[in-house]
Design a protein around this ligand. Structure first.
Ligand SMILES: [Zn+2]
Length: 229
């Protein structure tokens, strides 16, 4: 399974840096509140820029979660909706319909853009949404940190996870609104991986590095690789 346009990447040089993740859908697909909270923005973004420019997310919904994370407020954003069913100030419960999938704003086709912001409701404060979603039943998460020989995060290095399934992604381009989780300090994540034994492979500088990873249902397996030169 190939994550075509993962969080924090340009999808291998194809697009702008992605501040969220995309999910498939069509105009009949309901968009459900991801968690209990209060709607802080709803409608089109033609007047206020919630991203790099106005008319970027099109019809959007932003919800501030009732629950903080380490004393910081947490927001989630849905973009490119065809229809918005909530209003600012409204309380929503997890699972409640807040709108329908669309392709408004800058979108190539029907899909749902999902974004998580920690600390403040800004494009500069995003985190990887995969770490905020429960994995599908009986699936696990693999997150990790790839460091170059100088101890820095190398941007957009191909990461391959091979086992029962084969997954490919890239490391984040940190900065420019892309942030690691405060606790994990990761620069890549795979969500919804079938449990089992895997080998994670990356090429940093001249060398290929491999690590064994065990994926367990409902858990995050963390891998760190430090390049030697
Ligand atoms: Zn997106």
């Amino acid at each position: 399974m190939n994550l075509l346009y993962p969080y924090g990447t340009t999808g291998g040089g194809e697009y702008l840096i992605h501040h969220g993740i995309d999910m498939a859908g069509n105009p009949d697909t309901r968009v459900l509140a991801a968690g209990d909270g209060e709607v802080v923005a709803a409608g089109d973004d033609s007047q206020v820029a919630y991203g790099p420019t106005t008319d970027f997310y099109g019809n959007l919904v932003i919800v501030k979660l009732d629950q903080d994370y380490k004393g910081q407020p947490v927001y989630y954003l849905y973009g490119h909706l065809s229809k918005v069913l909530v209003e600012p100030g409204q309380k929503v419960k997890r699972g409640e319909t807040v709108g329908f999938v669309g392709k408004s704003g800058i979108a190539l086709g029907y899909h749902l853009h999902f974004e998580v912001r920690v600390g403040e409701n800004s494009y500069a404060s995003t985190r990887n949404p995969l770490l905020w979603m429960e994995p599908l039943p009986r699936r696990g998460i693999v997150a990790g940190r790839i460091l170059d020989a100088q101890g820095k995060f190398p941007p957009e290095v191909l990461v391959i996870l091979e086992g029962k399934e084969r997954w490919e992604s890239w490391t984040y381009r940190l900065g420019q609104g892309i942030n690691s989780d405060d606790e994990l300090g990761e620069n890549f994540v795979f969500g919804d991986v079938e449990p089992g034994e895997y080998v994670l492979e990356v090429k940093v500088g001249p060398h290929i590095y491999k690590r064994r990873v065990v994926v367990e249902p409902g858990k995050i397996s963390f891998v760190e690789i430090k390049a030697i030169d």
